[in-house]
Structures are given as C-alpha cells and as structure tokens.
Design a protein around this ligand. Structure first.
Ligand code: GLY
Length: 373
C-alpha cells in the first residue's frame, strides 16, 4: 500500500509518497520528472553501504543512469567545506538546469543537498528520498535547506521545495533503535503541538510502531506528513504558524550546541527533551495543567526515550549559559526570543511573552542532578 499526500504550494506543489519498497521502484517513481535519464545522487557513507545499490538497481529498471557522491555521515557534514565539495561535484558531473538531484539520506543529507540544489545554476530541482524516520516525518518535507554556522545550527540556507518526496518505510528497518526513537521525537511532537487524538493514538500504538509494525509506521509517517504539509501550505516561509513545528527546538538547539552536535545528543532526542521542557515551562506559567508535562514525560519514558536533561551524558553548563545559547536561535525577532508554549497537549502557540526567570528555574531544576561545567 502506498499513500500519496500533496503539499499544496501552487506551481511548487509536490507529492509525498509513503510506502514499503519505494526504492526498488524508484525508477518508475522518478522517471516522470526527468528530461533525460540521468540523476545525481548525494548520500552518506552509512546509507551508501546498505542501500545505494538497491537505489541504483531501482533506477536502472527504468533506464535511469545514476552518479553518486558519498559524504561523511553526521551533523559535521552540514558545513561550508562539504557544501562546496557537493556543489563542485554537481558541476563536475555536468548536472544541468533541467536535471534532478537526489538527496538520499537523513536530515543532514537532505539539508545540504537541497541547499546545493537551491544555488546550483540558480536552482535545479531535487527529490528527497529520506532514509531516517526524522527525515521522513520532518526535514524532507517543507523545503528548509541549509548548513550550520559556528554561530548556530541551520543559520545558512534557503527555502527550496523538493519536486517529490519518496518515504520508503522499509528503510526504517535498518535504523538502530536509538536513531529510530530519535526520529520518534519529531513524530510525537506533531501530536503535542496540534492533535491530541494523534498523541493518544501514539500512546496506544507507539510500542508497536517501535517494534517494526509496517502499517503502524505508514500511519505514523502519513499523519505526521499530513500535518506538516498542511502547515507548510499555510505558511511556507515561517511568518506565523510554521513556527509551531519548532516546539521544543529552542531548548533542543541550545542542548545540541553544548553537546557539540555529537552522539551525546541526537537532534530528535533533543526535540523530545525540549518538548518536555516546553510543557514544564507552560505549566509553571499557568498556561497548561500540571498533568500535561507529566503525561508528555510518561509517554517518552514508556517509549524508552531520553526525557529529561539528566538523561544527557556528561557535564553541562548552567542555566544562564543555556539561555544565552537560546538567544542565538533563528527564532529571535527584534532581539526577543520566541517560544512555542502549550495550553494543552495538542494546542501549542507562539509567544515572546515568557518570563525568562521561569525558564531559568526549569533548566536549573533539570540540571540539579548534573555535573555543571
Ligand atoms: N523542522 C521545522 C520546519 O520544517 O519548519
């Protein structure tokens, strides 16, 4: 069974195809978008080792030739040196204005490849084939592309919508449990920000999903992508509603920065902890009930996920240092930090009216059992 969703953006509209075995039939899926039977694929060394030959065969079945660039795996790849290497490789591979570039990997590969496609010859089309749960439910949809700067994450980039997203959920079977659960942080975020019935569905079906049930996985990816597609269609460039997708991310980006964007904290793990913190702050501000953060944390714990700051290994800086880093976030407007707060599970909103002392208290409590460096 393959589900198709549409991201409605006028002439930049595109489909998200969600199903099992889409890589094997990638040629048939992609051929309608090609002016000539040749594509340039950017991937990383982990994905290449397991899946690149399957993609090559799938494309070959439709007579499509493929050249590929294999980048190092990991967040450090979202850098100027790897970006210029990618752009120069695309030029050396003679990718033309009417060609299609394929991003075949997780969020890092999608972001750097999409940004390279955005600037190559002033913009070529690209197709996302996300291989991680995080990329399937979030980063491959919506056209945010870019790389990191020393000053912060994702600070250099462009909005460049893909031409097609192929979310092959059979690829999720090769993820480690840790990577899968990190992606789940973004799935559960959708329930928390805008759909309590989805959160309830996840409370019931989360364990089945984690254990590999294909139908449940398709349903979770479909509902997540549907929510994202709707939000992106309303607010492509994040002037309003789209910021809701950043629930938990202001905390997350600070925690990622202090853990050096390393294996100490994966992005989706930071999102999960960040969501729990956002609900805790909301509760202490009297915006939502005290039960809401408890329920959020209970579900994350049931799933075996990192839930609290203390679940991050190693020493962390104090609350003031974390707040300072939050000020580097893209969500700072006129010098004021915007937060995504919640009135209830499934009812998030954007506000700059948050007492930073409450944020400091919540972070200080979270850091209590940590060695502060
Ligand atoms: N990941 C948040 C967004 O795409 O807007």
């Amino acid at each position: 069974m393959t589900e198709t969703l549409r991201v409605a953006l006028g002439e930049r509209s595109y489909d998200i195809r969600i199903g099992s075995g889409l890589i094997e039939q990638a040629g048939a899926e992609i051929a309608p978008f090609l002016k000539r039977p040749k594509v340039a694929v950017v991937t990383d060394e982990n994905v290449a080792a397991i899946h690149l030959n399957t993609l090559r065969d799938g494309l070959a079945q439709a007579g499509i030739e493929m050249v590929s660039l294999v980048l190092p795996a990991g967040e450090a790849t979202k850098s100027w040196p790897q970006f210029s290497k990618t752009v120069e490789w695309l030029l050396e591979s003679q990718v033309e204005r009417n060609d299609v570039v394929i991003a075949f990997g997780g969020g890092v590969i999608g972001d750097i490849t999409g940004f390279a496609a955005a600037v190559l010859r002033r913009g070529v089309r690209f197709i996302q084939i996300p291989t991680s749960l995080l990329a399937q439910v979030d980063s491959s949809v919506g056209g945010k592309t870019g790389i990191n700067a020393p000053q912060g994450k994702n600070l250099i980039g462009a909005f460049h919508q893909p031409t097609l997203v192929l979310a092959d959920i059979s690829l999720l079977g090769t993820l480690t449990q840790r990577d899968f659960l990190a992606g789940y942080g973004e799935v559960v975020k959708y329930g928390m920000l805008g759909d309590v019935s989805f959160f309830e569905w996840l409370e019931k079906n989360g364990p089945k999903l984690a254990s590999g049930d294909a139908e449940t996985r398709i349903e979770a990816v479909r509902r997540s992508c549907q929510m994202k597609a709707d939000i992106v269609a309303r607010d492509e460039t994040e002037q309003g509603d789209r910021a809701l997708l950043n629930l938990g991310h202001t905390f997350c980006h600070a925690l990622e920065a202090v853990t050096g964007y390393s294996d100490r904290l994966l992005h989706g793990e930071g999102v999960a902890i960040g969501c729990a913190l956002a609900f805790e702050v909301s509760s202490r501000l009297g915006l939502c009930s005290q039960e809401s953060p408890s329920r959020v944390r209970a579900h994350l714990k049931d799933m075996g996920m990192k839930t609290d700051i203390k679940d991050i290994e190693g020493a962390l800086p104090d609350a003031d240092a974390l707040i300072e880093l939050m000020g580097q976030d893209k969500k700072v407007v006129n010098g004021k930090l915007n937060f995504i707060m919640a009135r209830a599970i499934g009812d998030a909103f954007v506000t700059s009216d948050v007492d930073l002392q409450v944020v400091r208290d919540v972070l200080t409590d979270g850091l209590k059992e940590k060695r502060v460096c």
